[in-house]
Design a protein around this ligand. Structure first.
Ligand code: BES
Ligand code: MN
Ligand code: ZN
Length: 488
C-alpha cells in the first residue's frame, strides 16, 4: 500500500532558493507583479521568470497550472516549475496547484515556495492525492513523491491545518488502494482483515460470518456469494465520536469480483469488475478519515463483501430468494447482484442502528455510465433536505454528483409473476429501477440517499486530483457532509 510522504513547512527563505537541489517550484500570482520568491528566482535566472510571465504562453496558463523550465541557468535545481496561484486561492485552486506540482514526484527533493497566505494544507492535499500511484505489483523503480518542503509565510498555521487534510488524504488513498487491488489479492477475507486492522485507530470493527448472516436471514446477500470459494461477510465499523444521538449509516456494495454469475458477463472488459467493491471502498475510506481526525460524530459503516461467481452451487436465473426484510425476490439476472447484497445490509443497518440517515454507495449499474459518464455519480433520495445537503458537500469538494428521479411508475417495472419483486426492471431506466429496488428496503422514516458510483469510482484517464484508475470519489464529499451537518 502507498505510504503518504513527509510534507514539511518552513518560513520563506529566499536565500535558500538558489541552492535548492532536486526540483524547485515557485507559485506566483496572476496580478502581473512577481512576489518576492518570483523576483528572487527571476534575478537568479537572469530574467527568465519575468519573460515567462510576460509571454502569451503565460496568458493561457490557468490558475493552479504551471510551466516547467528544465536545468535553469542560475539555479542548482534540475527543473523549475512556475505555477500561477493567487495570494488567497480558493480550495479548488489550492488543490489544483498542489496537483500541478505532483509531476515533480520521483527521485530528488521537492522545494516549493508560495506567496499564498491561506490554504497551504489544501495545496499539500492536492499534491499528495495527485502524486498517488498504485505500484504495489510493479517491480523496478517506484516513482513516488519522496517528500516536499514548502516555504510559506505562516508555516505553523499550515502545519496545524495539515492534520485534517492528511486524514482526508489517508482515507482517499485507503479507498483507492482497495479499489485498485486485484481480486485474487483483495478477497473477502483480505478486505475484512484490512478493515479489522483499523481497530488500532479506535474504530469498532465487527465481522459477521456466513453463519451469522444465515441466522439474520440475509438470504439475498448469501445467494450472491454462494458460487464463490470466498466466504461472504458483512463488516460493521462504528465510530462513536459524538454524543448519544443515533448514528448516520453508510452502506457499501463490496462485490470483490463480479463475473455476472450464471448470467455471465462478456469477456471484454470483465477485468474492470475488480472495482465492483467501490462502494465498500468509499465507506471504508470515510471511516478511516473520521477515526484519524477524531470526528465528533456518530457514524456506522457497513459493507457487504461477496464474490459473484458462476459455479455448480451458484444461484440461477429464476430462483426466488427471501430477503432479511421478508420480501421475496425473483432473480431474473444474476448479474444484477449489487442490489441483492445492499438490500439485506441496508435492512440490517436500519433494524440494528435506527440511523438518523442512511447513505448507500454502489458501483450498481452500467446504465448510470450511459447517462452521466464519468463526471457525475447518480444521486437518488427520498428526502430533499438530506439530498441538498449532500449535493452541497459534493460541490464544495469538487466531486460531481447529479440527482436522478424516483417514482411509482418506475417501481412498477419491478413487478414479478411469482415473487414480491424481480431484481431487474428491464433495459429502460436501468439505474432508476435499481434505485427503486433499493428503496423497497428503506423504511419511510429513514432519510436515504443512494449513490450509483459505477462511472466515477474508477476512470480511464487522469483527473485533476487522481491518476487513472481508482479515484476515491465520495470520501471527501461524505467527510465534508459529516463535518458540516453532524459535528458541532
Ligand atoms: N457491477 C455492475 C455494474 C457496473 C458496470 C459497474 C460497469 C461498473 C462498470 C453490476 O453488478 C451489473 O452488472 N449491473 C448490470 C445490471 C443489469 C443486469 C440489470 C448492468 O449494469 O448491466
Ligand atoms: Mn453485476
Ligand atoms: Zn456488480
Amino acid at each position: 500500500m502507498t505510504s503518504l510522504t513527509a510534507i514539511d513547512f518552513t518560513e520563506t527563505d529566499l536565500d535558500a532558493l538558489a541552492g535548492a537541489a532536486g526540483k524547485l517550484a515557485i507559485l506566483v500570482t496572476d496580478d502581473g507583479k512577481l512576489d518576492p520568491a518570483g523576483r528572487r528566482v527571476n534575478r537568479l535566472t537572469k530574467g527568465a521568470v519575468a519573460r515567462l510571465v510576460d509571454s502569451d504562453r503565460w496568458g493561457k496558463v490557468k490558475v493552479g497550472e504551471g510551466f516547467t523550465m528544465g536545468f535553469p541557468a542560475g539555479l542548482e535545481a534540475k527543473a523549475l516549475l512556475v505555477v500561477k496561484l493567487d495570494r488567497r486561492p480558493s480550495v479548488a485552486e489550492a488543490r489544483k496547484a498542489g496537483a500541478s506540482l505532483a509531476k515533480f514526484k520521483g527521485k530528488g527533493a521537492l522545494t516549493i515556495c508560495t506567496g499564498a497566505t491561506t490554504r497551504i494544507a489544501e495545496l499539500a492535499l492536492g499534491l499528495v492525492l495527485r502524486a498517488y500511484t498504485f505500484d504495489a505489483h510493479k517491480s523496478g523503480d517506484k516513482t513516488e513523491l519522496e517528500g516536499a518542503l514548502i516555504h510559506c509565510a505562516k508555516p505553523d498555521e499550515a502545519k496545524a491545518d495539515l492534520g485534517a487534510a492528511m486524514a482526508v488524504a489517508e482515507g482517499v488513498v485507503f479507498t483507492r488502494d482497495l479499489v485498485n487491488e486485484p481480486s485474487n489479492i483483495l478477497t473477502t477475507q483480505e478486505f475484512a482483515d484490512r478493515l479489522e486492522a483499523m481497530k488500532d485507530l479506535g474504530l469498532e470493527v465487527e465481522v459477521l460470518e456466513e453463519a451469522d448472516l444465515e441466522k439474520l436471514g440475509m438470504r439475498t446477500l448469501l445467494a450472491v456469494g454462494q458460487g464463490s470459494e470466498s466466504p461472504s461477510k458483512v463488516v460493521v465499523m462504528s465510530w462513536n465520536g459524538g454524543g448519544k444521538e443515533k448514528p448516520l449509516a453508510l452502506v457499501g456494495k463490496g462485490v470483490v469480483f463480479d463475473t455476472g454469475g450464471i448470467s455471465l458477463k462478456p469477456a471484454a472488459g470483465m477485468e474492470n469488475m475488480t472495482m465492483d467493491m467501490g462502494g465498500a471502498g468509499v465507506v471504508s475510506g470515510v471511516m478511516k478519515t473520521l477515526a484519524l481526525r477524531k470526528a465528533k460524530a456518530n457514524v456506522v459503516g457497513l459493507v457487504g463483501l461477496v464474490e459473484n461467481m458462476p459455479d455448480g452451487r451458484a444461484q440461477r436465473p429464476g430462483d426466488v430468494v427471501t430477503s432479511m426484510k421478508g420480501d421475496t425476490v425473483e432473480v431474473i439476472n444474476t448479474d444484477a447482484e449489487g442490489r441483492l447484497v445492499l438490500c439485506d445490509v441496508m435492512w440490517y443497518a436500519q433494524e440494528r442502528f435506527e440511523p438518523t440517515g442512511m447513505i448507500d454507495l454502489a458501483t450498481l449499474t452500467g446504465a448510470i455510465i450511459i447517462g452521466l459518464g464519468h463526471e457525475n455519480a447518480g444521486v437518488f433520495s427520498n428526502n430533499d433536505d438530506f439530498c441538498k445537503a449532500f449535493l452541497k458537500s459534493a460541490e464544495a469538494e469538487g466531486e460531481g454528483a447529479w440527482r436522478m428521479p424516483l417514482g411509482a411508475a418506475y417501481d412498477a417495472m419491478l413487478k414479478s409473476r411469482v415473487a414480491d419483486m424481480k431484481n431487474v426492471g428491464g433495459r429502460d431506466a436501468g439505474s432508476i429501477t435499481a434505485a427503486q429496488f433499493l428503496q423497497r428496503f428503506v423504511k419511510d422514516e429513514t432519510p436515504w440517499i443512494h449513490l450509483d458510483i459505477a462511472g466515477v469510482a474508477s476512470v480511464k484517464s487522469d483527473t485533476t486530483l487522481a491518476p487513472k484508475g481508482a479515484t476515491g470519489w465520495g470520501v471527501m464529499a461524505l467527510d465534508r457532509l459529516i463535518r458540516d451537518e453532524y459535528e458541532e
